[in-house]
Design a protein around this ligand. Structure first.
Ligand code: ADP
Ligand code: MG
Length: 541
């Protein structure tokens, strides 16, 4: 029509669609999970918008409707959520808009082409998964607060069209023109089974139309509110995968109810793998805050940044349902929940640290994040120090500080460490020679955060932490493992070297620290460690 406008997809959407449409795989039903999840997200967002603008409140009977129409071969998923404006349709459905889909696309490039189809199945690819079962998708949407509606339509091949449309109320209809080989997604019973399997934790009512009637398809009891005994491992895994766009099993699951002065239920997961969205890309915890089942926000920072890899939900009775943004920032309730949840996660980690092998998996995934707590969290620094694991010259496995201290030589006063960019370089560093000759263990630190925290922690069990590059390390007090020949007389050489190097160095000295190498760079005693100096130079300081 005259008012219809045709537009091209962004290149990355085109690539994704091509893959979705041309990969045959067994798990096509996940398209429904993705569309229902989007409908639920949009409804959650509208409820949050309504907190500050009562005109946006959802209708009392808000729900997610799934309506199959066999005769017309159409499947429609409708919601009473925020809806999308024209601009939002273009941005959200014409480019790779958000989290799940973007993460998937990044991961795709790391995977061999023949493995990609299974990745789609494991991951879910958001809105675009609709094209696995539909040869045309139409989205009719009206943004809450706006009068006009828009129709977005595409066959999933390079372009889409936009045109004005009609919709009586705000919200979105996703209309799928079902492919000829996807008939089963027009069967009400089949659809109900899928909803029960995938969407049971969604708290909005979901109905599937059967014989002209909307039949409730989900229980709507939030999973975390069920007693432990009634939750299957499969449900937990499904919920975890949904929350974090993960497809593994959680490494740890914490589910508890706090009662008494503070009432809340928490269901938390520590992932078994690093998420594809790098944990470094955002610094804030995204734990979801619910009030009496209803999702409020994932921006309440219910855990400190150094525990941001923990996923999950905290559901409390101690806030009003119409809690405002201002209140979220000022209420003491959240601070108390934060404290309780943080302590619980730490005690779980302490517990799980007893199993060294399993803890190593966790540490390899998230240790670098946890160590940020050593640097920035005075309150929990000591706890994190007990949990922290390190590579060292004395062990092939990870070791903790307590074990290091237990292995210290009788004459040894300090915990020694060396910081660098990677483990191989550290292991062959001449800085270690003097220590190795005396059988002194040195911790090898190669994460970028390692340049920062040792200064802050400064001691563990009364033993000072000391970089081997800081001239302070006094090796002469410590006996050599094997006697060495006396060093040559350097009194001629040192002044000459000093003159030749000029202002490039502050001093040239003889040292006990080297055994095989001729020279080594050292930091002056009081100044920053060498690796720190390198970083400061990089940062232009
Ligand atoms: P994700 O859900 O991970 O953000 P999707 O591909 O599933 O990625 O969806 C892309 C975006 O399209 C969403 O972030 C949202 O902004 C928008 N969207 C999709 N479905 C709806 C809907 N039913 N109502 C409102 N917005 C929607
Ligand atoms: Mg989605």
């Amino acid at each position: 029509s005259a008012s219809e406008e045709r537009r091209e997809f962004s290149a990355e959407v085109g690539r994704l669609l091509d893959l979705v449409v041309h990969s045959l795989y067994s798990d096509r039903e996940i398209f429904l999970r993705e569309l229902v999840a989007n409908a639920a997200d949009a409804s959650d967002r509208r409820r949050f918008e309504a907190l500050t603008d009562a005109d946006r409140a959802l209708p009392a009977d808000a729900k997610i409707r799934i309506v199959p129409d066999k005769a017309a071969r159409l499947l429609t998923i409708s919601d009473d959520g925020t809806g999308m404006s024209r601009d939002e349709l273009v941005r959200n459905l014409g480019t790779i808009a958000r989290s799940g889909t973007r993460a998937f696309n990044q991961k795709l490039s790391d995977v061999k082409p023949e493995d990609r189809p299974s990745l789609i199945g494991q991951f879910g690819v958001g809105f675009y998964s609709a094209f696995m079962v539909a040869d045309r998708v139409e989205v009719v949407s009206r943004r809450v607060g706006e009068a006009e509606a828009w129709r977005w339509s595409s066959e999933g091949q390079g372009s889409y069209t936009l045109a004005p449309a009609e919709r009586d109320t705000p919200g979105t209809d996703i209309v799928l023109h079902i492919k000829s080989d996807a008939d089963d997604f027009l069967e009400p019973f089949r659809l109900e089974t899928i909803v029960r399997k995938w969407a049971d934790h969604i708290t909005w009512p979901i109905t599937v139309q059967r014989d002209g009637q909307d039949i409730a398809a989900n229980e709507g009891t939030a999973l975390w509110r069920k007693p432990k005994s009634e939750i299957t491992e499969e449900q937990l895994t499904e919920f975890y995968q949904h929350l974090g766009h993960m497809f593994d099993k959680p490494w740890a699951t914490l589910h508890w109810r706090a009662e008494g002065a503070l009432e809340f239920i928490a269901m938390l997961f520590i992932p078994g793998m690093r998420p594809f969205e790098p944990v470094e890309s955002t610094r804030e915890s995204r734990l979801r805050l619910h009030v009496r089942r209803m999702f409020i926000t994932d921006e309440a920072e219910l855990l400190p940044p150094w525990l941001r890899f923990v996923q999950g939900v905290v559901d409390t009775e101690d806030l009003p349902l119409n809690v405002s943004r201002e209140m979220l920032q000022s209420t003491p309730v959240l601070a108390r929940i934060r404290k309780a949840v943080t302590n619980r996660v730490l005690s779980e980690l302490r517990n799980r640290a007893k199993d060294a092998e399993s803890f190593a998996t966790f540490w390899e995934n998230f240790g670098a994040v946890l160590k940020e707590g050593l640097w920035e969290d005075a309150e929990h620094r000591a706890d994190v120090a007990t949990l922290a694991r390190f590579r060292s010259t004395a062990a092939d496995d990870w070791t903790g500080l307590a074990d290091y201290v237990a292995r210290m030589k009788p004459e040894q006063e300090a915990i020694y460490f060396l910081v660098g960019d990677n483990l191989e370089a550290l292991r062959s560093s001449p800085q270690l020679e003097g220590f190795q000759a005396r059988g002194i263990e040195v911790l090898l630190l190669s994460d970028s955060v390692d340049s920062f925290w040792p200064d802050r922690l400064s001691r563990f069990e009364d033993k000072p932490l000391r970089s081997v590059t800081q001239g302070l390390a006094d090796l002469s007090k410590l006996p050599l493992a094997e006697p060495q020949e006396d060093g040559a007389d350097l009194s001629d050489l040192l002044p000459r070297l000093k003159e030749a190097l000029g202002t490039a160095v502050s001093d040239v000295r003889g040292t006990d620290r080297l055994v095989n190498s001729a020279v080594v760079l050292a930091a002056s005693g009081a100044g920053p460690d060498l690796q720190m100096q390198r970083l400061m130079r990089r940062a232009g300081q």
